[in-house]
Design a protein around this ligand. Sequence first.
Ligand SMILES: [Zn+2]
Length: 327
Amino acid sequence: MSTSKLAYQTVLRWTDDQCREYLEHQRWPNGAACPKCGTVNPYVLERKTKSKNKVQKLYKCRACRKQFTATIGTIFEDSHIPLNKWFAAIFTMCASKKGVSAHQLHRMLGVTYKSAWFMAHRIREAMRDKGIFVPLSGTVEADETYIGGKSRGHFTWKERIQDEIKMGIRPKPHHPRMDKAVVFGILERKGKVRTITVPQVNAETLGTILRKNLDLPNTRLITDGNKAYKHIKHHVRHDVIDHEETYVSGDIHTQGIENYWSLLKRGLYGIFQHVDRKYLPQYLSEFQYRFNNRKVTDAERFASLMTQTQGRLDWYCQTNQAENPYA
Ligand SMILES: [Zn+2]
């Protein structure tokens, strides 16, 4: 089947076996390989008993003797949700411009809200940039933005001060922004974006990220006049647009990254309303994934995400995962 033509409706109609076959093809284009030791050409075992939650066909490694299926070590592992629902959820999240909430998935797929939430978080994890690290280059815009903090329930800036007064602590002069998460972003004009949450905006934090993520000799960096960028000129060609004077001066502007911030915020505030700060990096991955793959069709984005549903198991243990309703 041609990848660019694969339709959402088709994916919905696939049986579990068809989904598995597709997943195997995307995961192992050159044939199944052991997820543990990488040995190819495993034995194929057929289970005789038909059980609802058991896969009929599984593999056994010739070297380490371990049994495995295509879902082992992927975001689908240990899930009782049928693969075609997973596929439909992935397709929707790849195709939607602003993101899809767990509520939408819950209604669309007929799974519980808890399952939908769990699926969405695992899919965001698959969307995380796991490719070979390539530094950004050419004309690159960098900027920071503040997310959330408007209605943080019991933890607004005012309430924090009141809490501190109650506890007998003399309130420090907090800036309202202290309640917000800071996101730093770097955008290659006509290319990729990279976003990351940072503890604070200062020359050391931003400078370290910029030096690590830019191909310094081949980059022209554009930022606003924030003094956190003051010293970066010693490492990379740097043009500054002073927002107190003007927003655009020839091709010196940060409109690209600012447009990206408004896309991100429309999604975060419109679809999700409230994003827990500890999950913000995962939402950033989701938006970044769609943006960085914006030049391909929805179906191609779906197909390419399927190739990165496995990870090494490291992310599995380290990231904040939602509580597994099936554990
Ligand atoms: Zn093996």
